[in-house]
Design a protein around this ligand. Sequence first.
Ligand SMILES: Cc1cc2nc3c(=O)[nH]c(=O)nc-3n(C[C@H](O)[C@H](O)[C@H](O)COP(=O)(O)OP(=O)(O)OC[C@H]3O[C@@H](n4cnc5c(N)ncnc54)[C@H](O)[C@@H]3O)c2cc1C
Length: 518
Amino acid sequence: MVNRIEKVVVVGGGSAGWLTAATLAAEFKSGPGGISVTLIESAETKSIGVGEGTWPSMRTTLQKIGISETEFFRECDASFKQGSKFTSWLEGGNESYYHPFSLPEGYQEINLADFWAPHRDKVSFANAVCPQLRVCESYKAPKQISAPDYAGSLNYGYHLDAIKFARLLRKHAVEKLGVTHVIDHVEKIHSAPNGDIASLQGKAHGQINGDLFIDCTGFASLLIGRHYSIPLIGKKDVLFNDRAIAVQVPYADESAPIASATLSTARSAGWIWDIGLPSRRGTGYVFSSKYIDEQQAMDELKAYVGNSAGVPFEELAPRTIDINPGYRQKFWHKNCVAIGLSAGFVEPLEASALVLIELSARMIAEQMPADRQVMDIVAEKFNDKFATRWQQIIGFLKLHYVLSRRNDSQYWLDNRSDESIPSDLAAQLKLWRTRSPWYCDETHVDQMFPSASYQYVLYGMEYPSQPMTARKRSDESDQQRARQIFASNDSMAGKLLTNLPTNRDLTDQVKHQGFGHI
Ligand SMILES: Cc1cc2nc3c(=O)[nH]c(=O)nc-3n(C[C@H](O)[C@H](O)[C@H](O)COP(=O)(O)OP(=O)(O)OC[C@H]3O[C@@H](n4cnc5c(N)ncnc54)[C@H](O)[C@@H]3O)c2cc1C
C-alpha cells in the first residue's frame, strides 16, 4: 500500500509555525487529492516574541502567501530595513560601517573592491560601491508610495513586531488559505511501528493524526529534540553568546526618525541590537555569560538605552532569554521536520533565523514527497542542504568577531583565538589577504550570503586584501569602468536622497493610502 502524504500537522504557533503553515497551504489545494494543513499551538506556552529583523527574502515569501505589502505594514507595525550598521566593532570607539542589502553596482561585471582599495582612506567601501549607506544615514525608505507592492529603488527587508506578525499570518492562513487551527497543548506522541509519528495527543482535543509532522515548538523542540532525541551540535566554542536581555523602548515623540537599518553596537562581551518600528524600538544585549554576569549586562544595556525614552529603564520590564547556540544533527527524521528555534539557533547578528524558516518551508513546499516511500530521499537532501546553510551562517557571523581589533576584554581576545575559528573561515581569510572575494568564488548556487556580504564586512572592518589590478594586463579599461560606476553611484545617491521619503513618513503614509497609488 502506498501511504500518500495528505495531512501535514504543524506544532507551534510562533513565526515558524505560521510561516510554514501559510507557505504550505498557499502551495497545496486542500481536500481530495490535495494536502490539508493543521496547526496546533499551546495556550500554555507563549511564543518567544522576539525576532524582528528580516531579510529581503520576506518580500517573496509574503507575496507567495498572498498578503499585500500594505496589509503587512498596517498589521505588523513594520518599517523598512535596508541592512545593518555596525558600531564599535573594530576598535570599541564610535567607528562604524554598513552591511547594506543592495549589491555593489555592476557586481557581476567588475570587482569594485580592487578599484576602491587605493582610495580606502578617503571613502568607505560601502559608500563607494552602493548608494544605500547614505540613504540609511538619512533615515530614508527604499521606495516611494507610488511603487507597487514589494518593489523598491533599493533592496530591502523589514523590521516588524513579531507578535503582530504571527497574528497576521494566523488570520490569513486560517481565513484565506484554509489552515485548520487547533489550540491545544501536545502532551504525548504516539509512534507507528516503523518509528514514524502516528499521532499527537492533545490535552483537550485528544488524538490528532497526520502523515508529516512539523516541529515548530521553539526551544521546547518537542518532536525532534524530546521525542526523537536528535542531538544539538553545539557551537558555543565558535559563537560565545548564550544569553540575551530584551527591552522595548518607546520613542520620545511619535515623529522621531526610524532607523532604516538594524543598529548593532558592540559592547564588552557581546553586542546590542536596536530595531526601529513605527511605535517603538526593540533593543537587547546579546552576550556571553562566561565573560560578564547578568547585572553587568543589564548595566551596559541601561547605559545604551539611557533616558532617551523618558521612562526609567527598570520600568521597561527587561526580559532575559537563554540561548544554547547550535543546530540539530538532523532536521528531518522519519516523518518529522524541525523548523525555527526547534531546529537550532545561533545569536541574531545578521538576523538569519526567519530566513531559514522561509527557506525550510519553501523547500518542503517544493519537494513535498508524494508518499512515505520517497520521504527519506527528500529528508536526506533537506538535511544536507540545511547543515551547509548553518555552517555558512556560523562562519559568516564569526567573521564579524575575528576581524575586530578590540582589546578591552578577554571576550574580544578569545574571539580571535585560533581554536575558536572554523578551519574553512581561517582558510578563506588567508586567501582574502591575497585577493578580494567576488561572486565567482561562490561555490553553492544558493549560498546564504553573497560574496558581496563578505566584502562589506571585510572592508568595513579594514581587512587588507591586496588588489589584483596591479598584476593584470588590461587594467585601463577596467579602471575607467570602475570610475564610471563610482561616479554614477554617487549621483544616484544624490537623486535618491532628494526623491525618497523618510522611513517614518512612508510608514505613516502607507497606513492611510497603501502602496501603488499616486
Ligand atoms: C534574542 C533573540 C533575537 C532574535 N532576533 C531575530 C531577528 O532579528 N531576526 C530573525 O530572523 N530571527 C531572530 N530571532 C529568532 C526568532 O525569534 C525565531 O526564529 C522566530 O521567532 C521563530 O520562533 P519559533 O516559532 O521557532 O518559536 P516560538 O516563537 O517560541 O514558538 C513556539 C510555539 O510552539 C508552541 N508550543 C510549544 N510547546 C508546545 C506543545 N507542547 N504543544 C503545542 N504547542 C507548543 C508554543 O505555544 C509556540 O506557539 C531572535 C531570537 C532571539 C532569542
